[in-house]
Design a protein around this ligand. Structure first.
Ligand code: GYE
Length: 340
């Protein structure tokens, strides 16, 4: 592997050991490991640009990568948190390229806008993996590989479940008012889930999208937007929150407005995505009716993918994480072992 970046690692590690590393360094590096020049030579350097820390899901995803790409496993991980700013992600990617890392991993905050920087990575011969979210299809050839979740299929699962649930309740011909708390605008998570759900909704003339707004994948914003929906619309049958944090925020707003049940005692149907522990508890309680899993534990698959790419072994360019759905019927068997 290229000498200059190994030298960079070595200098970073020596600086850490001497306690002289500048606190304004853009990257977090593990500080509790003693690495000698010999081992530094053997480590695979990976630049990881995480898009932010907006949700429990995101925290679990970051942890999975950090717990897997460790020095014990042969990696030197450079981590940057972009705090939802695409410009910051682009800056981090450029920095990784100039440090000649062996591979770049990034979770794209938005689908579009990567063409130039990915072209630079290609030019420099640095393989790039998009993790979790994807980028627009025209730019996908600039990626070495994608490893993430099938957001469109997640949306289809939500729509299909709602179809069955309404039938079960004998409401398949009723007018159904749906409120949607969308995620980050322009992200593949938002686009894919909306598109997948819409594919099913388009079969039902009686499903109406009463309210739709972004809750930015955060609990606080989910609560705020739901509060507004409740004050503007007296009749909401179904709430779809495109992640658990927004669902939990929305639930707080719904419960404090006393609107979980309507005058006829009919429960508002709540659908969420992710499957984090706190939301699964709300599934057990019967507050959330469906949670479509989005699997953040991609670290181990990512490790294998990077190893295959760098060793010149065959690998698949598109890789999806396995995902389930959770309802009151099956949630108990998963709750105890849920780590996030
Ligand atoms: O659902 C949400 C997160 O991109 C799949 O982003 C991910 C989404 C996830 O912040 O909680």
């Amino acid at each position: 592997m290229h000498r200059p970046h190994k030298l960079t690692i070595l200098l970073l590690l020596l600086a850490l050991a001497a306690g002289t590393l500048c606190a304004c360094s853009p990257f977090d590096v593990a500080s509790d490991v003693a690495v000698t020049s010999d081992t530094a030579e053997d480590l695979v350097t990976v630049g990881f640009s995480q898009l932010g820390s907006e949700s429990a899901w995101r925290t679990a995803n970051t942890k999975s990568v950090q717990d897997t790409l460790t020095t014990e496993n042969g990696f030197f991980l450079m981590y940057d948190n972009a705090r939802q700013l695409q410009d910051q992600q682009i800056k981090a990617l450029r920095s990784f390229i100039s440090q000649r890392v062996d591979a770049i991993v990034f979770c794209p905050v938005a689908e579009d806008g990567w063409e130039t920087v990915l072209g630079e990575a290609k030019e420099a011969g640095v393989p790039v993996i998009a993790l979790d979210r994807n980028i627009v299809s025209k730019d996908q050839p600039l990626l070495t590989a994608f490893l993430g979740e099938d957001m469109r299929t997640e949306g289809v699962k939500a729509g299909t479940w709602l179809e069955k649930e309404l039938k079960k309740q004998g409401r398949e011909d009723e007018d159904i008012q749906i409120a949607v708390l969308e995620g980050t605008e322009g992200s593949s998570a938002t686009e894919g889930r909306s598109e997948g759900f819409l594919a099913i909704a388009s079969r039902h003339q009686n499903w109406h999208f009463t309210a739709q707004a972004s809750g930015e994948f955060t609990r606080a914003k989910g609560k705020e937007v739901m509060k507004r929906f409740l004050s503007e619309f007296s009749d909401i049958d179904v709430v779809i929150a495109q992640n658990d944090d927004m669902a939990l925020g929305a639930l707080e707003a719904i419960e404090s407005a006393g609107r979980l049940y309507d005058a006829e005692g009919e429960k508002m149907i709540l659908i969420s995505y992710d499957g984090c522990k706190e939301a699964l508890e709300a599934v057990t309680n019967g507050e959330i009716d469906l949670d479509v899993e989005c699997n953040p534990l991609s670290g181990p698959k990512l490790k294998t993918l990077i190893e295959n790419i760098l060793a010149g072994r065959s690998y698949s360019a598109v890789n999806y994480m396995p995902e389930k759905i959770f309802t009151r019927e099956n949630v108990d068997q998963y709750l105890d072992s849920r780590m996030y």
